[in-house]
Design a protein around this ligand. Structure first.
Ligand code: PCA
Length: 223
């Protein structure tokens, strides 16, 4: 019998998950606490890599760009905190606008400026957000499709991500989007327990990796 030649070990394709550092005087940011808990996990044949982005206009995007170059992920989900929201918010649209109500963590407060000068007004997520919402709700987790990621650093990173994925050839097959998470109970109400945020993100990643075409169910708002 002839021995089979040794097979090269194929590294698993990666999923990049990012969270943010605390901002606005808060002690924690649940987005990073939840994302961090998933470092190294395997989901649907992919390996998760995680990183914390600074809540800083410009610097957050520069770091995200370096991470994309380093990991060439198949899927990118950026996660941020949205105090006041009660559900995992699957963001539909990123707009080309920075308009900060508070300073970022470097003291900057851009007002009415473009994320990418000359870029399109908006990008849609390429995540199957309706299928993600359905799967999250089946698990008993509060989830919604959101029509705005705001105009602070989260929208800035979401827009920058979608612009990079849309314009850089190496990333043409990479899916990406943004999820906002509620406060933790110790930060205020409404809140979601950290364990629920973590399991919600696992569900979100699995559905994004296994749902090529989103389902078509209503998810809009009247106003
Ligand atoms: N939330 C902020 C920025 C960092 C974060 O976690 C936002 O929604 O823009």
């Amino acid at each position: 019998m002839v021995a089979a030649p040794p097979q090269p070990v194929q590294p698993l394709p990666t999923v990049l998950l990012t969270g943010f550092d605390p901002f606005g005087g808060e002690a924690v940011n649940p987005s990073w606490l939840a994302v961090q808990a998933l470092q190294g996990r395997r989901i649907a044949g992919h390996r998760l890599v995680t990183a914390q982005l600074p809540t800083v206009f410009g610097a957050a995007l520069a770091q995200l760009q370096a991470l994309l170059r380093q990991h060439r992920p198949a899927l990118v989900i950026c996660v941020g905190q949205a105090g006041g929201r009660a559900a995992l918010s699957l963001e539909r649209v990123a707009i080309n606008l920075d308009d900060a109500r508070i300073s970022d963590n470097a003291g900057a407060q851009p007002i009415d400026t473009a994320v990418v000068p000359g870029g399109p007004a908006a990008y849609f997520t390429t995540l199957p957000i309706k299928a993600m919402r359905a799967a999250l709700q089946r698990k008993g987790l509060a989830a919604e499709v959101s029509q705005t990621a705001g105009t602070f650093v989260c929208n800035h990173v979401f827009y920058g991500l979608m612009h990079l994925l849309a314009t850089q050839r190496v990333h043409r097959k990479t899916r990406g989007g943004f999820v906002h998470v509620p406060w933790l109970p110790e930060q205020g109400a409404p809140a979601m327990a950290l364990a629920d945020v973590v399991s919600g993100l696992r569900v979100a990643v699995r559905v994004a990796l296994t749902t090529p075409q989103d389902i078509r169910v209503a998810g809009g708002q009247i106003s």
